[in-house]
Design a protein around this ligand. Structure first.
Ligand code: SF4
Ligand code: SF4
Ligand code: SF4
Length: 214
């Protein structure tokens, strides 16, 4: 696991503070029948990333042909590992981008060299949301290290079913409803990193407006 100083170094290199704090490829909120809370507040389905175990049902149980659930990367938590357990198949034969060495079945994770320091190489891993099917394989793999990859319901794709089919199938009851105006959830660790940032940027403030804080 990478310590905070090293993460900060990578983050400075990456530079994009919106991406650095994690989520979100947020599009317009899709149509569909919005759920309402007891006090009439419009609600949306979302995954508590701290409860998800990447069981793969998000890929298969959604009522849509292409699941509304996608993986996101929290760059603040990522170790930028060379041997990334979220990227590499456990039976990899080489640390490269060959399809047979990738864990992701759709090659939705882009691996990009960042820098080499003290003989150690660092890579950035970015999810292509169009290619991601929400299978959670990388989430399970990354959980062995820093746990920076996690699943979220993309609100520009979800039709907000009255009863989410995935929520019924989820073995860890990770699905919950959150206010529609803040329809995403950060991992608790990511939330702490973001809210404790001494000098919040406009981008990090904008991101905080999209998430329900816990
Ligand atoms: S069904 Fe639940 S545990 Fe399985 S991948 Fe989806 S949110 Fe995670
Ligand atoms: S959730 Fe599945 S499809 Fe999406 S990036 Fe991870 S391994 Fe690939
Ligand atoms: S609410 Fe419906 S569309 Fe949205 S993730 Fe659940 S099953 Fe898929």
């Amino acid at each position: 696991m990478m310590n905070a100083d090293h993460r900060e170094s990578r983050r400075q290199f990456v530079g994009d503070m919106t991406r650095a704090v994690g989520v979100l490829a947020v599009g317009a909120v899709a149509g569909g029948v919005a759920g309402r809370s007891a006090i009439g507040q419009e609600m949306r389905w979302q995954i508590d990333p701290d409860r998800c175990v990447g069981c793969s049902r998000c890929a298969t149980e959604c009522v849509l042909d292409e699941s509304a659930v996608k993986c996101v990367q929290c760059f603040d938590m990522c170790g930028y590992c060379d041997i990334c357990t979220g990227y590499l198949d456990p039976n990899y034969t080489a640390v490269d981008t060959a399809a047979e060495n990738q864990l992701c079945p759709t090659a939705a994770i882009e691996r990009r060299f960042v820098e080499e320091k003290a003989g150690q190489k660092f890579y950035e891993y970015t999810i292509d949301p169009e290619a991601c099917i929400g299978c959670g394989k990388c989430v399970k793999g990354c959980a062995l290290m820093n746990g920076s990859l996690y699943l979220q319901v993309m609100q520009d794709k979800c039709v907000n079913c009255n009863e989410c089919a995935i929520s019924r199938a989820c073995p860890t009851e990770a699905f919950l409803q959150v206010p529609a105006e803040r329809p995403y959830l950060l991992k608790r660790q990511a939330q702490e990193l973001l809210t404790n940032r001494p000098t919040p940027t406009n981008q990090s403030k904008a991101l905080l407006h999209q998430v329900t804080l816990r």
